[in-house]
Design a binder for this molecule. Structure first.
Ligand code: SAH
Ligand code: SF4
Length: 384
């Protein structure tokens, strides 16, 4: 007689706990993690961390077995205790102009968009996200319509660079002829509301024995969180970009509601005091061109006045529409007239060619489907 075993009510076997991922840790975190897991003796930790660092951040390896100068038993112990896995790539899109966009899932419900734009900066720029969603609701920005889900960790920011490097085939870190030469924090979110993790990620990305993208080629863009400007400069030595978009408080309050908290006079004061500001280290002002809203010749002249004495360049960004957006992009002739006034006023003012519009990868078009869910629901989803 056959016996049927009813296992439908058997308790689910507990999932083994996820192995901690080492690929986004700082050197000292790496050392501490290996010691805590008893894989490495404390006196050897620094040396081992340096070895692993080269493999992870210079060679981009995702398998401990590839670390040929680490003893076999240690490699096995590392593989048992830790992982170097990349996050899941949910979607990869390539625009007709070569722009690439990845939707990366780093955890249940945490989906991030990252965009690579060829021929920007020295060779190509990666636009990274610092948050999922944004708290700031700028009225022209698609991300602003997505409520903040959470800040990204430093590891999640670094992972965006690693994913792009994988896709571009840029391991080991090339010394010359890189395709990914610049990083801009212009993706989803307000980086200065997540400065600890942004600064931690920059430390990793800029490290000379790893990804080695110089701090001079890393730009952090902010909508104007004035109290964080000085800490940003001191902690990261990165380049600063300010999303300005208007020359008077009344209009800026409508476009960038944060202006109510930090009005223009305060913002300009904070920028003038930015550490290291000089002709060699100019601030970039971003100005989105909105038809009939902020694009008149009078506003171009007011912009020249406002920036007087600040080493600056101005990026004019043709407005990128998104589903349901309430604005239109200024006409090309209007943008050119605006740029000519800025040029006469002494400011370089390149018009940013829209890139990746067809795949909603251009400035301000990023938005993932991630929504804030209660932590308990997230935990439950993670456990199934
Ligand atoms: N939160 C930061 C960085 C992300 S936004 C900030 O606001 O600076 C990156 C840039 O894209 C900003 O200059 C922003 O003003 C601009 N931007 C947002 N929406 C846009 C749109 N629809 N078209 C063009 N530029 C846009
Ligand atoms: Fe947030 Fe920047 Fe978009 Fe404003 S422009 S909503 S600060 S991401």
């Amino acid at each position: 007689m056959g016996v049927t075993l009813d296992i439908s009510h058997a308790p689910a076997s507990p999932r083994p706990p996820a192995r901690p991922n080492l690929s986004g840790l700082t050197r000292s975190e790496l050392a501490a993690a290996m010691v805590a897991a008893d894989v490495v003796r404390p006196e050897k930790a620094r040396m081992r961390a340096s070895q692993l660092w080269r493999w992870i951040h210079h060679y981009g390896v995702t398998d401990f077995a590839a670390m040929t100068d680490v003893a076999k038993e240690t490699r096995a112990a590392l593989a048992e205790a830790f992982s170097l896995d990349r996050p899941e790539i949910v979607e990869r899109q390539v625009s007709t102009d070569g722009t690439r966009k990845w939707l990366i899932r780093t955890a249940p419900g945490i989906e991030i968009e990252t965009v690579y734009i060829p021929d920007v900066g020295r060779a190509g720029a990666l636009c990274v996200s610092s948050q999922v969603g944004c708290t700031l609701n700028c009225t022209f920005c698609h991300t602003g319509t997505q409520a903040l889900v959470r800040n990204l960790t430093a590891a999640e920011i670094v992972a965006q660079v690693q994913v792009a490097r994988d896709d571009l085939g840029e391991w080991p870190s090339p010394k010359a002829d890189r395709r990914l030469s610049n990083i801009v924090f212009m993706g989803m979110g307000e980086p200065l509301y997540n400065l600890d993790h942004v600064a931690g990620a920059i430390d990793i990305i800029a490290d000379n024995e790893g990804i080695a993208i110089s701090r001079r080629r890393i730009t952090v863009s902010t909508s104007g969180v004035v109290p964080e400007l000085k800490p940003l400069g001191e902690r990261t030595q990165a380049m600063l970009a300010i999303s300005l978009h208007a020359t008077n408080d009344e209009l800026r309050e409508q476009l960038v509601p944060l202006n109510k908290k930090y009005p223009l006079a305060e913002l300009m004061g904070g920028i003038r005091a930015f550490p290291g500001l000089s002709n060699a280290k100019r601030v970039t002002f971003e100005y989105v061109m909105l038809k009939g809203v902020n694009d008149s010749p009078a506003e171009a002249k007011a912009l020249v006045q406002l920036l007087k004495g600040i080493p600056a360049k101005i990026n004019l960004i043709p407005f990128n529409p998104w589903p349901g957006s309430p604005y239109e992009c200024s006409d090309w002739g209007t943008i050119e007239t605006f740029a000519a006034i800025l040029n006469r006023g002494g400011y370089a003012s390149p018009i940013r060619t829209p890139r990746g519009r067809d795949i909603l990868a251009a400035c301000g078009q990023l938005k993932s489907e991630s929504a804030k869910v209660r932590a308990s629901v997230r935990r439950k989803a993670a456990a199934t």
